[in-house]
Design a protein around this ligand. Structure first.
Ligand code: UDP
Ligand code: MG
Length: 315
């Protein structure tokens, strides 16, 4: 990227019932934009709000901002589609050479933006992402399960998903286009970032509490989201059936032969023999179900229609 040319930086902000947070966000954003002007005079901004079907005054607040600031744009949804859909819509509609996603509640501190931008602008990175190293202010049960999820996920999936990673991330246009080429319906954005690759600089920060309003995530909503993440980026649960079925068949098969021998020699009566036969047929069923699951897993991955490769440079 030629550094003397004008470049556009798109800031995507998903909002769902954030009427209280939006004014604080805009104030902080404006402050950072001013700092940017001094440090990177060739950068102009686009502030793209994605109103994810808010039922409060969020859209009105956004429209008011648009009135007085020509950098403001918005996309508004017909209903609540969830944060991942909002992020996709933002990336899809952003015009910037660089794109950053950040939450409306200031939990993704805009003050980190200059450092993040530096990494992609002149630091040779494709992306700069943030990760919170503490979970201060979060219920302990939530933190415990979150940690557990990341451990499990990184065991059973080949896609790296970083513990504590936020969706707060700046990307080059090339990386944004790579994300947009992933058309899958069930979107686990954190997994998609990992899947597409590219060189990412990680910036760490301490957890910040929400400026106003309340979190949109209940424990169960997060739990379902975690399950979604596992199912989207791993077929290990399906493959597990094959293994369990195989082991079960083998053990019950051995038991069946042993019981048969002992029955013929009149050491045992027919009860253990019948039980072993039932266990063996159960194991076989599970094993064949596992084979079907394997085909299902492949069909499932095909159905996602992910690109076969993502090139970074072609000459
Ligand atoms: N959000 C959204 N749609 C949703 C849920 C959340 O657009 O269905 C937005 C929300 O307005 C906020 C960001 O996603 O800007 C993060 O949400 P929240 O702060 O509630 O999550 P937390 O920080 O507690 O994980
Ligand atoms: Mg938040």
């Amino acid at each position: 990227m030629e550094n003397s040319e004008m470049s556009l930086l798109s800031v995507i902000v998903p909002c769902w019932n954030e009427e209280e947070a939006i004014p604080f966000f805009y104030e902080e954003f404006s402050r950072v934009r001013k700092l940017f002007g001094e440090r990177f005079p060739n950068i102009s901004f686009e502030l793209l709000f994605v109103d994810d079907g808010s039922s409060d005054q969020s859209l009105k607040k956004i429209k008011e901002l648009k009135e007085k600031d020509s950098a403001v744009r918005y996309v508004t949804f017909s209903r609540n589609f969830g944060k991942d859909a909002a992020l996709f819509a933002g990336l899809d509609n952003a015009k910037g050479d660089y794109v950053v996603c950040m939450d409306a509640d200031l939990q993704d501190p805009p003050s980190l933006l200059p450092e993040m931008f530096e990494a992609v602008y002149s630091g040779g990175y494709d992306s700069a992402a943030t990760r919170r190293v503490t979970r201060k202010g979060e219920p302990p049960v939530r933190s415990f399960f979150a940690r557990l999820f990341y451990k499990l996920m990184n065991h059973i999936s080949t896609t790296e998903i970083v513990d504590g990673a936020r969706d707060y991330r700046i990307m080059t246009r090339q990386m944004v286009d790579a994300i947009l080429s992933m058309k899958e319906y069930n979107r686990f954005t954190k997994g998609i970032y990992g899947w597409i690759g590219f060189k990412t600089k990680w910036i760490e920060f301490e957890n910040v509490e929400r400026v106003a309003g309340e979190t949109k995530w209940s424990f169960w909503k997060l739990f379902r989201y975690a399950m979604e993440g596992i199912v989207d980026f791993s077929t290990v649960p399906l493959t597990l059936i094959l293994w369990i079925g195989g082991v079960f068949s083998l053990l019950s098969g051995i038991s069946l032969i042993a019981c048969l021998v002992l029955y013929v020699r009149e050491v045992l009566n027919s009860v253990p023999l019948i039980l072993s036969a039932i266990a063996f047929s159960f194991g076989l069923q599970l094993f064949f179900l596992g084979i079907v699951a394997h085909y299902l897993a492949n069909t499932y991955m095909e159905a996602k229609g992910r690109p076969l490769y993502i090139a970074k440079e072609i000459t």
